[in-house]
Design a protein around this ligand. Sequence first.
Ligand code: C2O
Length: 479
Amino acid sequence: MNPHGNSVLLAPSRRSFVGGTTVIAGAAALGLASPSVFGQTPRIRMDIVTFAQDATRLANFEAAVQEMKDRSATDENDPKGWLAVANTHRDFCSIPDDDSSQIHSCYWFIAWHRAYISVTERKIRAISGDDSFSYPYWNWSSDRHIPQAFARAGSSLSDAVRYTPPRRLQDDEVDYIPDDPALRALGVAALSARRFEATTPSRISRSFGGIARPNPAGAYGNNRLERTPHGPVHVYVGGVRDQGDVGDMTDFATAARDPIFFAHHGNLDRLWEVWRQNPAHRATEPTSDAFLNHRFMFTWIDGAPIEVPMSDVVDTTKLGYVYDSLDVFRTAPVGPMASAESVSSRPPAVGRQTLRVPLHPEGVPDETERKILEITEVEAPTQPMTVSVFVKPASAPADELGTSIGTFSAIRSGGQIAWPTQTLSFDITAAAKKYAGEQITVQLIPQRIRAQGAEPETYPQLKFGQMRIVTEGAGDHHR
Ligand code: C2O
């Protein structure tokens, strides 16, 4: 049971401002969807690299987070404390996948986290007294390591349990697929998703926003963005020490204790804005009452419950912010960003299958058609991991890695792996074109996620149903 299940819902936010009770004071202080916010110039969410150029701004941010952490150390239930902020994530994310309050693995994922970052940055704004404060984001497409501002020893922003492996984020972990020209141009391959809402369970992993909650099939799973780059960046930052000992970011119950959580989700939130710049994408966002009239519950620093209506969440200016840039990369990359690896630098494959790439049926191929590799019924791994998917001709030497077409992660949730039953989908268009009619081998190869000096990594084989290649046409937009 989610502890917030019994919270008293506030009156619709617009009316809240007419009222005057204590409960409403929290919402008023928050200013969510307040008329005064509409007329205001929205605040600008900055790249942490830009944000940190102003030493005073950074010091104010650090001091506010320190104050919140100190409060939690004295009283872990202090609503003004950092732990209270972090535990909100635990209460809505580290719960069973079929719990109606669970906001992962469904179309609340990107929306709830948007509301959550917004509430958190307003708390910091109130506590720091810096009225211009907006939570900075981490552009991991460009910065393949934990940014300096979140890594400085002694800073409240680096004070978290981290077993980050001694390496940079690889291209596939941040969803950069340089071998496919169309995906490379997007910078983050998840931006190729054509629809927000998944209409059938097998499409969840191909949709940008995921499936409705509740849905008749009771089927939940990671949407395309949630799978990658969301998952691998969590696992990279948190990492793993020894068996069962993981960093904050590797477990949803503790992830938001690490201040970098909000910078990671800030970048995902920014990518939602990048994706919805395309009107065809935006047109697929749900307009049902079930979606737009939904309300997310949070707690303000005075302990009062506050609610954020979904209709305010889809438009960042209603929440009072815009991003400093909607370019995926700070400066455009030209090729692979991470150095190419050899097979010997990676743990052995945890799964493989050889299959024939179908020939294109006939006629001129539709330019917008994509080939999708589906891996069905993937069973939950027993431990956190990030797995890269590589393809190569079946005749290629055993020690050849081949071409990376994507990645996925297993994250913990309260000590167990969070793993809704799912089909994993990977855009394999460029490789399918190259190997049309031929036999290829698909290999699942883990990334190194252990801290320096930790036990060597060994991974059990992954169990899955089958791998198959399906075609997705432009017409799938309207399905
Ligand atoms: Cu609710 Cu990245 O987690």
